[in-house]
Write a protein that binds this ligand. Structure first.
Ligand code: PLP
Length: 370
């Protein structure tokens, strides 16, 4: 077989639902020499990554680390460790990712009760209270930033309701982490997962997770083995904890990328980073309003980093997306599920959340829709 043709990916501006544009410093970090996964240098990198993730999650949880795998691996890791067959779990479903969490939980043997909301809307504390009273679940799972709809779910009040009922709160922060405040300790989130390819501006491949002591006590008290060997937190704890026992070969260079990504956010400061996301979102929203484009998510609950907007009537949405890609090099996202063909998803995530990108996508859309 002849050699493969040279790898020459086109240069895009990634303004979709993720992956987002990678910060050049992150790409450079990933090209540093690979060391062994038990090399003293790498162990220091792991320590620093854990410390940085604790800052991002605003937690002191010891069990804060990066699962080897994408955001879905983080979802699976949190669910399969907390759930034993037959456990009752409530999942909030108002888009694709609540649906995915339901599937993952059912595969782990949970008896899942779904609470549902139309796409683009968020759950009220009262709805969660009613469901918790009726079901008395072990775990309540909720998506903070529903990437399929752009809805921004408030967490704090729900956390209180879940705890008062003696249950654990599991939060999907794949799209929210690094773009809006995620207060693991202050809100009392028991288990949480994220991904590297959204507001962390790192390639997909790692899933930051955190478990508090309540969650760890539940995991350590399990009667059955965790169904997944790869994602068993008690075994991973021996690698990410002080014992450093080999579990699997960590993706070393991805960890370098995450190290740099976390470092960049901490250099900017979390609050400044959130303010930048909010500012660019407001600018985009104003520009879109000027060309008659409206948001799909409930007013007052719209994510800054993921702008899901209605495709204007009579517009061939797929043609606009392909023109954006082919003529301007811009990727935006299509609608998923109930929003397929009806919505565009414009991401302003991490390194991508900057004025130049706001102007670029607005002016390109204006030309294409004129
Ligand atoms: N949860 C949310 C909210 C997401 O947006 C995504 C990915 O877009 C996932 C989970 C799954 O993450 P991944 O595609 O990295 O496996």
């Amino acid at each position: 077989m002849p050699a493969l043709p040279p790898l020459n990916p086109p240069i895009r501006t990634l303004l979709g639902p993720g992956p987002s544009d990678i910060h050049p410093r992150v790409l450079a970090a990933m090209a540093r020499p690979t060391v062994g996964h038990l090399d003293p240098y790498y162990l220091q990198v792991m320590d620093k990554v854990q410390g940085g993730l604790r800052e991002l999650f605003r937690t002191t949880n010891r069990m804060t680390f990066a699962v080897s795998g994408t955001g879905s691996a983080g979802m699976e890791a949190t669910v399969v460790n907390l759930i034993e067959p037959g456990d009752a779990m409530i999942v909030g479903v108002n888009g694709v990712f609540g649906g995915r969490m339901t599937d993952v939980a059912e595969r782990a043997g949970a008896k899942v009760t779904k609470i549902e909301r139309p796409w683009g809307e968020v759950f009220t504390p009262e709805e969660v209270q009613k469901a918790v009273d009726a079901v008395k679940p072990k775990v309540v799972g909720i998506v903070m930033a529903e990437t399929s709809t752009g809805a921004y779910q408030p967490i704090e009040e729900i956390a209180k309701i879940v705890h008062d009922a003696g249950a654990l709160l599991l939060v999907d922060a794949v799209t929210s982490l690094g773009g809006v405040p995620v207060e693991v300790d202050k809100w009392g989130i028991d288990a949480i997962y994220s991904g590297t390819q959204k507001c962390l501006s790192c390639p997909p491949g790692l899933a930051p997770v955190s478990f508090n002591q309540r969650a760890m006590d539940v995991i350590l008290g399990r009667k059955t083995k965790v169904q997944s060997w790869y994602l068993d937190v008690t075994m991973l704890a021996n690698y990410w904890g002080s014992d450093r026992v080999y579990h699997h070969t960590a993706p070393i260079n991805m960890s370098y990328g995450l190290y740099e990504a976390v470092s960049i956010i901490l250099e900017e400061g979390l609050d400044a980073c959130f303010a930048r996301h909010a500012l660019n979102h407001r600018a985009l929203k104003a520009g879109l309003a000027a060309i008659g484009i409206k948001y799909a998510a409930q007013e007052g609950y719209q994510l800054p980093m993921l702008n899901a907007v209605h495709v204007p009537a009579g517009v061939d949405e797929a043609k606009v997306r392909s023109d954006l890609l082919n003529r301007f090099g811009i990727e935006i996202g299509a609608g998923l599920g109930a929003f397929k063909g009806k919505v565009w998803r414009i991401g302003l995530m991490g390194y991508g959340a900057r004025p130049a990108n706001v102007y670029l996508v607005l002016s390109a859309l204006e030309q294409l829709l004129a």
